[in-house]
Design a protein around this ligand. Sequence first.
Ligand code: SAM
Ligand code: SF4
Length: 332
Amino acid sequence: MTANYMNKRIIDSFGRQHSYLRISLTDRCNLRCFYCMPEDGVKLIDKPNIMTMEEIVAISKTFADLGVDTIRLTGGEPLIRKDFEELVRELARLGVSLKLTTNGILLDRFFDLFREIGLNNVNISLDSLDKARSVFINKRDYFDRIIANIHKAIDLKMNVKLNIVLIKGVNDSEIPDFIDFTRNKNITVKFIEFMPFKGNHWDWGKGVSRDNVISTVESHFGTIIPLPNPKHSTSLNYKVYGHAGSFGIISTITHPFCSECNRIRLTADGKMKYCLFANAETDLLTPYRNGRSIDEIIHEAIQLKKFSRDGMVDKMEPEHYEQNRTMNSIGG
Ligand code: SAM
Ligand code: SF4
């Protein structure tokens, strides 16, 4: 190992320190949301190339030694990994803050575990409060289980955020219903602008902008109250007067939030992505399997990070994002 890389913070050429790692535990999923896993099929990672539990823990430890203090477990669907419980127990020993993004189907199996290890932050994807619409988006019928698990998580006083990808003409009519959901519940609903990835037939004509969400909420509920935005927050956050919960908007397309970006992604096959939209990937798993130290590789990779959206500054470019992975494989 090059000694001067050990325990050194991961800082890019714009001075941004990277302290937040999102790990895709698997690219497999028990849903097929059309904006994420295109129906015409996605190529899945060959099983031997998927990181084992030991490899995930060891690579995460390297990141923690380099200043990562928060790890979000995502996928694909992270809860379908057979060794999920053991894995999360091992990761909890690293002393980082663990968070989870899930579709919620299997959550009830893990509530006790989460309480025991102190995992309290859970983002649950729910694109519709209407069963038929939800099944149309997810292409599978688990709606009742997801709703039941969302209510259980709220009852257990977990910090629950609902993720909603807004698609025009599909679920945008439900913006007021989701805001209503925050009336008596101390949860956050996060509206996400539809983003382009390989094969997901992205077209901004199908997207719903941040400004559109704000004007819709104001027209139904009156003046909204801006909430403080933590430094690395990826959403603009608001509250409707008198509501127990709040709402946020992730506006990657119309108002990207790259200037304070502190995120790194690790795919299920052990490739580091320094940006959600980066086509370049840095293999950490092969060097790790070959017994090499990966500190220096991480530091060199982060220097390549561009300021915003991997260089797609003014617009999203098909010739660029079609070279990226599908979202289930990146780990959104
Ligand atoms: N399966 C888990 C879930 O759905 O929460 C975790 C993985 S999923 C890829 C993570 C998040 O990415 C979800 O909230 C999902 O809605 C979001 N996502 C997937 N494709 C997207 C797209 N094209 N644009 C915006 N968000 C997307
Ligand atoms: Fe699966 Fe999540 Fe993608 Fe839906 S958004 S297909 S639940 S990985």
